[in-house]
Write a protein that binds this ligand. Structure first.
Ligand code: MEV
Length: 286
């Protein structure tokens, strides 16, 4: 196994529609984040020198992952991770790290491109418990995708996207706890829970159609469908109890300033609100 100089840059991700319901078979529409990302750089060092991970604050889980590799003792050098993706904000911070690590490991371990999604998803399960694999899939694809659990992500081939902006609610919630909350909701309100999953699936179909129409120049109808999809997604977050009351003011503010829609993205409970705009100038005033 040869551990040579390596570097990789990957984007964060966000979800336009399909969160949570994707765990039970609904489609989700996920996109790479346009600005936030993570870069990984490895420089080999003298044999037996061990591995240094920088920044040292985030080193522990990375060292654990490396220690679990076959012949981990052979790796020596300096691994540097730089990320602009905030942790725990639903923007794929851990998935981006796992994709970058999987890409780094793929040469020495002889992993094929086809094996990467599974390998990276298993790494991510260390952070989140069992995930749908969606975050890994969209970050690997590096473009907007339709994702169904257990299947390869389908790139949507969209070349022109409307203007979305991202707004930090300042709140953080663990994905595993949000997933558990929706499971409790489903146990306690089986019928309504099944309806919400269907509503989220419907949001994903509308979101995909809206993106496709917008991308092909039918901006008005495209925006209408995307806004409708986002409103449905938001309705699901509210019904699941994953939309904190303290975020209502920020969402209202966005809508009053002309956003066509605003919803939580990711697992909910906090993290980021994403807003859709028809007028890039109004979006820029944020
Ligand atoms: C998190 O971005 C989306 C969830 O559906 C979890 C998952 O798909 O693994 C809540």
């Amino acid at each position: 196994m040869k551990w040579e100089s390596f570097q990789s840059k990957v984007p964060g991700k966000w979800v336009l529609a399909g969160e949570h319901a994707v765990l039970r078979g609904a489609a989700a529409i996920a996109l790479p984040h346009p600005e936030l990302g993570l870069s990984l750089r490895f420089e080999p060092g003298p044999a037996g020198g061990g591995i240094e991970v920088l920044p040292s604050e985030g080193a522990e889980p990375i060292l654990e992952i490396i220690a679990a590799l076959p012949e981990a003792g052979q790796i020596s050098g300096r691994l540097e991770i730089e990320s602009t993706i905030p942790w725990g904000a639903g923007l794929g911070s851990s998935a981006a790290l796992c994709v970058a690590l999987a890409r780094w490991f793929s040469g020495p371990l002889g992993l094929s491109a086809a094996a990467l999604p599974d390998f990276a998803t298993k790494l991510e399960n260390r952070f989140h418990g069992k995930s749908s694999g969606m975050d890994i899939a969209v970050i690997l694809a590096g473009e907007p995708v339709r994702f169904l659990r257990g299947q390869n992500a389908v790139p949507l081939g969209i070349r022109r996207l409307p203007k979305f902006t991202f707004h930090d609610t300042g709140l953080r919630a663990r994905t595993s706890l949000c997933v558990a909350q929706v499971e409790v909701y489903l146990r306690e309100h089986a019928e309504r829970g099944a309806y919400l999953d269907q509503l989220m699936g419907c949001a994903s179909r509308e979101a995909e159609e809206g993106l496709s129409l917008y991308g092909s120049g039918q901006s008005g109808e495209g925006l209408r469908l995307i806004a409708q999809a986002m409103a449905r997604g938001q309705q699901c977050f509210e019904a699941w109890g994953l939309f904190p009351d303290s975020v209502r003011g920020l969402r209202q503010d966005l809508l009053e300033r002309g956003a066509l829609a605003a919803k939580l993205t990711g697992a909910g409970g906090g993290g980021m609100l994403v807003a859709l705009w028809d007028d890039p100038d109004r979006a820029r005033s944020w």
